[in-house]
Design a protein around this ligand. Sequence first.
Ligand code: BGC
Length: 806
Amino acid sequence: MRITGCLLAASLAATATLANAKPFHAVTGGKDPQWQKAVEEARALVAKLTLEEKIIAVTGMGWEAGKCVGDIAPIPSINFTGLCLNDSPTGLRWTDRASAFPASMNVAATWDKRLMFMHGIAMGKEFRGKGAHVALAPMMNLARVPEAGRNWEGQGPDPYLTSVVSAEQIKGIQNQGVIACAKHYVGNEVEHFRRNSSSNIDDRAFHELYLAPFRASVDAGVLSIMCGYNMVNNTQACGNDYIINDVLKGQLGFQGFVMTDWFATYDGLNVALAGTDMMMPGDAVEPTKRNWPNVKPYTFGGKGSFWWKNLTSLVEDGQVPVDLLDDKVTRILAAWIRAGQRVNFPETNLHVWDPKSSKHVHVSEGHDALIRDIGAASSVLLKNTGSLPLSALKGTSVALIGSGAGPGTHWPGYYRSHAGYEGNLAQGWGSGTSNFPYLISPHHGITDRARKDGIDVRWTFDDWDTEAAIATANLADAAIVFVSSNSGEAHLNVDGNQGDRNNLTLWKNGDELIKAVADHHNNVIVVVNAVGPVDMLPWAEHENVTGIIFAGLPGQESGNAIADVLFGDVNPSGRLPFTINRKREDYPAVLDYTNPNYPEPLQINYTESLLIDYRWNDAKNIEPLFPFGFGKSYSIFGYSAPSGYNPNPYTISVSFEVTNLAGPDGAEVVQLYIGYPEGTGEPPKVLRGFEKVFIKSGESERVEFQFGRKELEIWDVVKQQWEVPVGNYTMYIGNSSRHIKIKADFEIAEDAPVREGMPEGYVPEELEEVQIEVQEESPIEKETIAPKEGEPETGKEEPTHIKDEL
Ligand code: BGC
C-alpha cells in the first residue's frame, strides 16, 4: 500500500523576490472553505497595510507591555483589535475569577474523549470570557524522560494518546472562538539547557513520535503553533527551515501561524525565513540573562527586538521578501477571522501585570463540576486488596496522614507560578499554572463525604513526625497517606529542582511516612499527587499497603475528586498514561543535568528512537511495576471473542462485547495495540485506538474499532513518505499494554488501495470477512470482587477464562 497523496497538500505558491530566499508555502486556507474565505478576507486587509502596520501584526508588544502574557497591538486602520495571548493548559494564568483545571496529564489519564473535548470547551469559554484571543495550550511534548519538568502539562509519552487528547482539546477550545496553540514545536522534552541544547532525533522517530501530536493538531484545525527554545538536530527550532517550512507548512499543510516561544529566538533573519510568523513577546531578552553564546541582539527601545524595526530594515533591504512578510500577516489575520474574533469577541478584561486594573469578570460558572468529574475519572487505582471503596467502613473511622491531605499554610498562588507548595499538590509550577480560585483539600473533601457515612476523621499533616503518624493511624480503621512529587519550568527552582525533578523519589519524607505507618497498621491506602511516575517499589508491595491511588494533579476540586473514588461514589476508571517501572534504570532515556561541553550546546540524543515508554519495556522484556494503560476498577470486565470485517477496502473493523461481570456500574478503557509485520522495525506493539465504555453492572456493551491507513502508516525514511507496510499484523486488545484479552492476526495485502483513492460517499458492495484469527484467549486475572455498597465482602474469585464467562 503506497501512500503519497496527503503529504503535499499545501501549494508551494509564492516565490521569493530574492535569490537567497527559497520559495515558501503560502497560506491558502487548505481544504476548509471557511478558512479559505478567511484567507481571502485577510489578504484584502493586508493589502491596505503600511509596512509599519505589518510589522506591528507580527511583533509582540514586549514583555509586560500589554495586559496579557503576550500581546499584539491593535491596528485601527483595518479594525484589527490586536491579540491577547495567555497561558496555560490548566486555565488562565495570573488572573482571578477563573478555574484551576486539572493538569493535561490527568485529562489524558481519563482516556475519555468526551471529557477531553469538554475540558477544551470549558477552557475556551473562560479564555473568551476574559477576552483572551489565544490560549497557549495544549502542550504536547512527549514524556520521554520521566523526570522532565513539564511532563504534567502534556499527555504522557505515547504519541497516539497525546494526539487524541490534544486534538480534542483544540476542537473544544476553538469551538468557543478562541485560537488554540499547539506547543512546543518540537523536541522540547526537558527543561535543563532548554535554551542551549539540541534534541537529536532520527527522521523516523521525529515523524512517528514527536511530530505526531502536531500532525493531529493540524488535522484538528489548530490555528497556531509555538516553536520551542531548543534546537532540533542542531538548528534552532524557531529558525529551522526544515521543521517549519518543509514539514509543518509543506508536508502537513499547516495554514495557521507559528509564534516563537517567549524569547526563544536568537536572531531575526533566519527566524523570518524559516517560516516563523510571530515573534513573542516581541523584545529580546538581555544577553546576560541568556546562556547562549555570541548573542548580539538588535537593539530597539530599552530591551531590543530581533524583529520590529530590525524586521523593517530586513524587508527594506530585501533580505526578507515582502511577500513572505505578507504571508505571515495574512496567516495571523486569517486565524483571527477564522476563529470568529472580528465580531462580538469580548474586550480583553484581564490584566496579568496589574491585576487590580482587571475587571474581575467571572468566567468559571459550572466548571467546578466538570473539573471534579475529570479529577475523579483520572484517578488511577493501582492496587486494591479489598480495602476500597471506603464506604464499607461505614460507622468507623479513617486517619488522613501527611501534608498532602491538608490545605497549606498558604494558598498555592502565594508562590509565584506555584514555585513552592504546601498542602495538597494539585498543579506543578511554571507557566503551565493557573490561579486557584479555591482548592478543596483531601481533608476537606473526605471530611464532607465521611460525615454522610458516619465515619470519623482523624488527621496529622506533619510529614516528618512519623510517631504522630503512627499514633494517629492507630486510632482509625484505615490510614490514608498522602504523598507527592513536584516539577515545573526551568526558570524557577523548587527545593533544588531546576524545573526537572532531580529524581523520581517522593518529596517530603513520603517513603518513610508510608513505611512507618504500614509497619504499624494493616490497612494503609496511599494517595499519590505527582507530576508523573514515582519510585513506588519501597512500599507498593508492602503487605499492609492495601490500596494505591495515583491521583496526579487534579486541579481545584482535588479533594472532592479523590473522595469520590475513595468512597466509591465514582467507580475508578482512570488509566496510567505512562509506565511506572520498578527502578529508574528500567526507563529508556536519562536526563542530562550537566553539560560537559558548555558553552557548546548540550547534545540530547534520542537514541531509544521509537522505543519510548512501554515500547521499550516490550522490546527489552522489562516487567513494569504498573504498565502503561493500567488502572483497576471496582468492577470486573470480561471480553467476548471478536469478529471482524472490512466495511470497505480501506478499513478493518473488529468488534466484541465487554461485560461488567461483577461490581458496580463502571467504565472500562478498551485499548487497541498493533503489532507490525516482521522487518518493519516497529516496536512489538503500539497504541492505535481506545474507547472508554460505561457499562452497567451485569450488562454488556459492544465495542468496535475501525482502523486503516491513518492508524497503520509508518514513515519511510528512504522514500520520505508515509507507507502502510504489507504483511501480517497482530492486533492486541486489552485494558492495559500488558493485560491483553484478545490477540488476533490480520493481513494487509500488497494491492490494498490507498485512502486518498476512495471515492466520495463510497458504499461497499459487499462486506468482506476479515481473517481474524484469535490466537489465544487471555485469561481474566484472578481478582477479588469488590462488594457492592452495603453488601458483605464475598472473597469470591473470578473464574479465569473469558469463554467460561460469556
Ligand atoms: C513557556 C511557554 C509559555 C510562555 C509564556 C514560556 O517560558 O515555555 O509554554 O506559553 O513562556 O508564558
